[in-house]
Design a binder for this molecule. Structure first.
Ligand code: SF4
Length: 494
């Protein structure tokens, strides 16, 4: 049962906008921008809005009907799609095919499709032949121009708005300096993250594999008073726990003050992964007192590789945090990445040793999440090949079989390879997405795409020009190259 919905009457003279999240309901409702778009679009008198979600993540394309009134997707004038994950591109294609909507924008008059999100900002080309408009940068920075496009139907390119049908033209990314507080959410029991409060954009650390930190620069922090007020307001309104959202929320200059102010109001909060070296006894005591059961950290790899990745955190800092977690009876969730170029089995053994040290401290519960490296555009690793699927699997299994832990999870190497391949590709990748979509978007369809050449791009070394080079003002490519050379030197690659 949902609450806080906006009930507008259907009127055929209004512009019909479909807000489509290309995943299942629970994932969509965990996306802050999905809630934001719902309320922002509904504020506009001239717009009639309905929501769409994928009925499931696998299966052949089927006709899409709106969540509210079962209206066909085909009947809408615009489809607005926020996307956070490259594999969801397949769901976009499936939704169009299942609804009998032409996939290629050059052959389609209606609906117009507008897509945005971090992977689009990094590289809009994989969906360039499908989308009518792609948002490059922050939604807030292009909002008014986007509304003008929806009202007028005129597809005007500009800062932050890429119109791929015009060919590969230069577009500058648009970033917003201000955060507006969003104190309304569609409330549902089906998701645990619907009450997210954004703390920051970007990250000051720029680890060499981390696309999100390079496409959202400079780092911007929301004012601590605004964060606390939003937490209080949301809690009052919905009587539920709020999650702080951001790439490294404990890099916020007022992190402790924010936690203290929330604690004074006797509220609980959830926190995402935190930078280990910035945590001390005080902050972990505060975190435990706010109802958090688990400290999530990301040691990523051995100390040698961690430093080469630009994450200059010593093993000792990770042990120190684990001791505090033990002291305050918290679980630890630790993220590791494997199959990094230059990684050896000595590095894997160092990871095993570190895990044993954490486990021996006696922490309540240790959850390991070991994931293969996915190489992404707009990062210093964009020149390097990804590992093949067999190597990724072997390394994950090595860590799984040689470490002590209470829970273990990992990301599927096949999906990692597909994700990297899509993210690094040019617009001709759409043909693979269509084929995968027609075959149901299951493992067999991904395997077929690999057989047909989809992963070639990810498995080889790459060189300029890159498919995304015409998108400007995101990150200086000279800077990326310098960081790439630095990484190679530190990791011992020729
Ligand atoms: S600290 Fe985390 S969020 Fe920041 S750049 Fe490194 S991996 Fe990305």
């Amino acid at each position: 049962m949902e609450k806080e919905l906006i009930n507008k009457k259907y009127n055929k003279n209004k512009i019909k906008v479909a807000l489509f999240y290309p995943s299942i309901y629970s994932v969509a409702m965990s996306s802050l921008v999905f809630h934001k778009l719902y309320f922002l679009l509904n504020q506009l008198e001239e717009i009639y809005l309905e929501r769409f979600y994928m009925p499931s993540l696998t299966g052949k394309p089927t006709p899409m009907r709106s969540f509210e009134n079962g209206m066909p997707l085909k009947d809408f004038d615009y489809v607005i799609i926020p996307v956070h994950y490259e594999l969801d591109y397949v769901n976009i294609v499936k939704a169009l095919i299942g609804s009998n909507i032409e996939v290629y924008s050059s052959k389609r008059n209606r609906p117009k499709i507008i897509i945005g999100g971090p992977p689009i900002t990094a590289n809009p080309e994989p969906l360039a032949d499908l989308a009518d408009v792609e948002i490059i940068g922050d939604l807030e920075a292009v909002w008014q121009k986007l509304v003008d496009i929806i009202y007028s139907g005129k597809l005007d390119a500009g800062i932050g708005l890429y119109i791929p049908s015009l060919g590969k033209h230069e577009v500058r990314a648009a970033f917003s300096n201000s955060f507006d507080s969003l104190t309304k959410r569609i409330l549902t029991n089906e998701t645990t993250f619907s009450l997210g409060v954004e703390v920051m954009r970007g990250c000051p650390f720029n680890c060499v594999f981390c696309m999100e930190s390079y496409i959202s620069r400079p780092v911007r922090y929301k004012k601590s008073e605004d964060i606390v007020n939003e937490v209080i307001e949301l809690n009052k309104r919905y009587n539920d726990r709020v999650s702080l959202i951001g790439l490294t929320v404990n890099s916020h200059p007022d992190f402790k003050k924010i936690l203290k102010n929330i604690k004074e109001k006797n509220l609980n909060i959830s926190l995402p992964s935190l930078r280990a070296e910035l945590l001390d006894d005080d902050s972990i005591e505060l975190i435990a007192s706010l109802g958090q059961q688990t400290i999530t950290i990301a040691p990523e790899s051995s100390e040698r590789i961690r430093f080469a990745l630009g994450k200059e955190i010593k093993d000792d800092d990770i042990i120190k945090v684990s001791r505090y977690a033990y002291k305050y009876n918290l679980n630890i969730k630790a993220y590791f990445i494997t199959s990094i170029p230059g990684e050896t089995y000595d590095d894997l053994n160092s990871i095993v040793e570190l895990i044993h040290k954490i486990k021996n401290i006696g922490v309540r519960k240790l959850h390991l999440s070991v994931n293969p490296l996915v190489i992404k555009p707009r990062t210093p690793l964009q020149w390097l090949p990804m590992s093949d699927e067999k190597t990724m699997k072997e390394k994950i299994n090595y860590l799984k079989n040689n470490s002590y832990y209470d829970d273990f999870s990992s990301y599927d190497p096949l999906l990692a390879l597909i994700q990297g391949s899509i993210s690094l590709s040019d617009r001709d990748v759409l043909k693979y997405l269509i084929q995968i979509g027609l075959e149901g978007g299951n493992r067999a369809s991904f395997r077929n795409a690999i057989k047909n050449g989809l992963s070639n791009i990810a498995l080889k070394e790459r060189s300029e020009p890159f498919p995304w080079d015409h998108i400007k003002d995101i990150i200086d490519s000279k800077y990326l190259k310098e960081k790439y050379m630095e990484f190679k030197e530190k990791i011992g690659l020729s």
